[in-house]
Design a protein. Structure first.
Length: 235
């Protein structure tokens, strides 16, 4: 039973603290964060700007080094982990950001293929097939060869979502992914992530100020001044 429970915990953070700067300019950004994320769950991080949401997201996503406390990601301790181990873990994650960060000279398929390539070597044929499946998943099967300049804002963000999902990641970390989207496009993105949680066990941790999507979360964590001040379970 203990092993089953541990496998279901994608993230476990205990006593997590983080600082920026050094000397007199050193400032603490996170204070004694305790957090558990279960496999397949959809968790939203809320809070004012500067509260530590993105810092927490990047620590869990192996984009910053853990300084103090413990963070276990898919059973691997991040505090003190080697760069090779962190890189291997990042390849098992999907990242979505507010800015879609698409290459304007590449087609939708080619942009998504980049998400395949960062996860290891694969043939061009298999990469294209995986990209086409991911774009179909986000409703863009008829836009495979379109470049970003010929896509709407919502379609560009869907390409970015497909790029994050193409490797079937164990976890998706999203930073304000719906901020630039209209209501329907935002709902489509969130509903897709929810469906992946139910069908594939994909865990989502999403930073947002978007009140339109809160009712779709399983749990809402509120950060203020680097501390989790409220946890709300959404029925």
């Amino acid at each position: 039973m203990a092993n089953t429970i541990e496998r279901d915990r994608i993230v476990e953070a205990r006593g997590l603290n983080h600082w920026f700067g050094s000397g007199d300019a050193r400032k603490q950004a996170l204070f004694d964060i305790d957090l558990t994320l279960e496999r397949g769950s959809f968790t939203v991080l809320m809070g004012p700007s500067g509260s530590g949401k993105t810092t927490l997201l990047t620590l869990i996503g192996c984009l910053r080094a853990v300084q103090d406390g413990t963070v276990r990601l898919m059973g691997h301790e991040l505090n003190g982990a080697s760069e090779a181990d962190l890189t291997a873990l990042r390849r098992r994650l999907g990242f979505i950001f507010q800015s879609h960060n698409l290459h304007e000279s590449l087609t939708a398929t080619q942009n998504v293929i980049m998400g395949v390539q960062v996860r290891g070597r694969v043939s061009d044929k298999l990469a294209r097939q995986a990209a086409a499946r991911a774009l179909g998943l986000v409703g863009l099967s008829d836009r495979l060869d379109y470049r970003p300049g010929n896509l709407s804002g919502g379609q560009k963000q869907r390409v970015a979502v497909a790029r994050a999902l193409v490797g079937n990641p164990a976890m998706v970390l999203a930073d304000e992914p719906t901020a630039a989207l209209d209501k329907d496009s935002a709902a489509d993105v969130i509903d897709l992530l929810k469906r992946l949680g139910a069908e594939r066990g994909t865990t989502t941790l999403l930073v947002t100020h978007d009140n339109r999507i809160l009712d779709r979360a399983d749990r809402i964590l509120t950060l203020e001044d680097g501390r989790i001040v409220a946890t709300t379970e959404v029925s």
